[in-house]
Design a protein around this ligand. Structure first.
Ligand SMILES: [Zn+2]
Length: 674
């Protein structure tokens, strides 16, 4: 639900690659819309993505990327800033317990390949010993709890969240999980391509077991066992489409009644994760998964479960171990699954881990150089105009009665916006980071984070917390908190430039500000009220009319074919598509409000409206490998980039007018809700 928005730029790299392709290189730095990418031979009416980005498809995807485009250009620039911060921290290594010490020592440990190779699997020895000691289902639950507290996913999902039906309280929550492949369909779907991926996965598990010291035959047998066990977990799992229904995935049960679902000694798990005794209730997202898990924990041989645990420890640790593990992990998870051909440079991998481990420590240093007060003020003003535009959309919705509109406006008025970076920084002083084996720093940070979340139970909901780090090139809407968050990392050129014209800023941020705002009113978001409770505030008739419109959007996207025989899943991507379509509309109206009476001028020969739509479409320019496209279509709630442009402009009269396109055929069903 947090809208992981694929958004993101190394200007230098792209410009260098683009040089031979640009007939007339821009005479001044490009703000917002870049003429160089426009394919004037294409028709903006027939394929606007191709018109706006047509020359970009000649830009090669660097080997380390599965996809390369505007998001990666921004990422690369953010990475360069963060690298400078990490390197200078590692050089100076401040006194113990300071930000510079934590950040610097973490980075140094990640770069210390000699120590990583020398230690090998030694840092994991206590975990492997504990796994060998697992003899009963209760031991197994305790073992899973121990892994979860180290940030190692296995068996099922466990976390702490806002209670969907009581947004003033935090609650422990259990969900389906435990798979090594991206999701259930990878285990179950028929066809040669799926079968090949499954074989590659099993061979990968076997190679990892071999690297961990098994002989070839035992490794092969172990991998087979893991595959069979995970397939059983997959069979008990819901599809991604079924997971999108918040009511159907909400089951509050008494803590003691968990055993009624899965007859096991859950106290063994609770004590392993140190769940506070006062927590009388828990959420179980998918009860039937726990029924099946209860059966499997009792029926499958303990040998099989020990192998399974061992595999998941190795799988989670592989990126932080020696080069043999790193390369094997890359070969399957990046190369086979998403088509990348080269391992990312070590510094970037360590940077990503530091971002997860010490995100707000890094963020404090990042925003000093990358996000000015002027940028924050301009972004806040843009959010203001977006909310005003949404207000007008709600008031103008002829399919909603006043009672529903009143509730929708209340939700809009109380929706909070977080921009740039948190007002209060997270305190990592309880986390010990040292120059020691890298994987131990990674685990210490994961445990610190696990305990931090667990400590939220029984306390008031922290409304000032951020769920993305300030340097993240992404944004979210959180329905339980009824808030949007736009980190400094995404408010970067070309999405946003405090010096750029309104047309390009509003156009490029349609997929961010307009999009996140609309999430509050998509098919999931609309089920939460202004206080963030999963509670119906719609009249039955208005809900029916919303569903009928949503159904049009499902049909519109179902008809988009990404690769031969691989259409977009309209139901899986519905919430994102509603947010894309509504986002463009809301941002367009916000742009109109922001420039009212100012009469913006044409720039570079494009009218303000043309620049708005071009900036929007160029904000999605991306080249993707077929493997990555396939994985996205099967696992991602977002449609691939081309259709994130084509879908929203399909039913947009002002777009047609701006580019002199014929009017849409009469009788065509509208695909816009907002
Ligand atoms: Zn989204």
């Amino acid at each position: 639900m947090k809208g992981n928005e694929l958004k993101t730029r190394t200007v230098l790299l792209v410009l260098a690659l683009m040089v031979p392709l640009i007939a007339e290189p821009p005479a001044r730095p490009v703000l917002g819309v870049d003429r160089g990418y426009i394919n004037t031979a294409a028709s903006p009416c027939r394929d606007f993505y191709c018109y706006a980005n047509g020359t970009f498809d000649k830009v090669a995807i660097p080997g380390e990327y599965a996809s390369y485009g505007v998001n990666q250009e921004i990422d690369e620039r953010n990475f360069t800033i963060l690298k400078g911060i990490l390197e200078s921290s590692a050089r100076t290594s401040g006194s113990k317990g300071t930000i510079a010490q934590r950040v610097g020592d973490f980075y140094a440990s990640g770069l210390d390949e000699a120590l990583i190779e020398k230690e090998g699997l030694q840092p994991l020895a206590p975990l492997f010993a504990a796994i060998q000691a697992v003899k009963t289902p209760a031991d197994l639950l305790a073992g899973l709890g121990r892994l979860h507290a180290l940030g190692i996913p296995a068996g099922f999902g466990f976390g702490v969240q806002v209670d969907d039906k009581d947004s003033s309280a935090m609650i422990a929550s259990f969900s389906q999980g435990g798979l090594g492949l991206p999701e259930r369909d990878y285990y179950l779907r028929p066809g040669q391509e799926a079968e090949t991926t499954r074989q590659a996965y099993e061979q990968h598990v076997a190679r990892i077991f071999t690297l961990a010291g098994e002989d070839a035959e035992a490794a092969r047998a172990g991998a087979r066992t893991v595959m069979l066990l995970e397939t059983k977990l997959a069979q008990a799992s819901r599809t991604l489409v079924d997971l999108r229904d918040p009511q159907a995935n909400y089951h509050k049960v008494a803590r003691k009644d968990l055993a009624a679902l899965a007859p096991l000694d859950w106290n063994a798990y609770f004590s392993a994760v140190a769940l506070p005794a006062g927590e009388a209730h828990v959420l179980v997202g998918q009860p039937e998964f726990y029924k099946a898990l209860g059966g499997l924990l009792g029926s499958e041989p303990m040998d099989a479960w020990r192998l399974y645990l061992r595999w998941h420890v190795l799988r989670a640790a592989a990126p932080f171990l020696g080069s043999a593990f790193v390369n094997e992990n890359f070969a399957f998870y990046a190369k086979t699954l998403s088509g990348a051909t080269e391992l990312r440079p070590r510094w970037k991998r360590v940077l990503a881990a530091a971002d997860r481990a010490l995100g707000e420590d890094l963020g404090q240093l990042f925003v000093k150089t990358a996000f000015s007060p002027a940028a924050k003020a301009r972004a806040l003003e843009m959010v203001h105009f977006h909310k005003e535009a949404m207000r007008a959309r709600i008031l103008a919705a002829d399919w909603m009665v006043d009672a529903t509109k009143t509730q929708a406006l209340k939700k809009l008025d109380t929706m909070r916006s977080k921009v740039g970076y948190p007002d209060r920084w997270r305190d990592y002083s309880g986390l010990q980071v040292a120059r020691r084996p890298y994987v131990l720093n990674v685990q210490a940070a994961a445990t610190f984070e696990f305990r931090r979340r667990l400590a939220k139970l029984g306390r008031p909901v922290d409304r000032d917390e951020w769920f993305m780090t300030p340097q993240t090139n992404n944004a979210y809407y959180d329905p339980s908190l009824n808030e949007m968050c736009f980190p400094a990392g995404i408010l970067q050129p070309p999405f946003f430039d405090a010096k750029a014209d309104d047309a390009s800023n509003y156009g490029a941020l349609a997929s961010t500000i307009g999009h996140e705002l609309t999430h509050g009113f998509d098919d999931q978001g609309r089920q939460y009220d202004w206080q963030g409770n999963l509670k119906d505030w719609w009249t039955a008739e208005d809900a029916r009319r919303f569903e009928a419109r949503a159904h049009q959007i499902v049909k519109q996207y179902d008809a988009f074919e990404v690769l031969p025989g691989l259409p977009i899943n309209g139901k899986l991507t519905l919430g994102e598509n509603i947010a894309d379509i509504g986002g463009l509309r809301v941002s367009y109206e916000a742009f109109r409000l922001a420039t009212k009476g100012r009469d913006p001028k044409a720039v570079d020969g494009f009218t303000p409206d043309q620049r708005f739509f071009l900036a929007f479409a160029q904000g999605w320019r991306t080249n993707q490998r077929p493997e990555a496209l396939r994985m996205q279509v099967t696992t991602d709630v977002h449609a691939p980039v081309r259709w994130r442009v084509l879908g929203p402009v399909a039913d947009f009269p002002e777009f047609r007018k701006a580019f002199g396109c014929e009017a849409a055929p009469a009788g065509q069903a509208p695909t816009a809700i907002w």
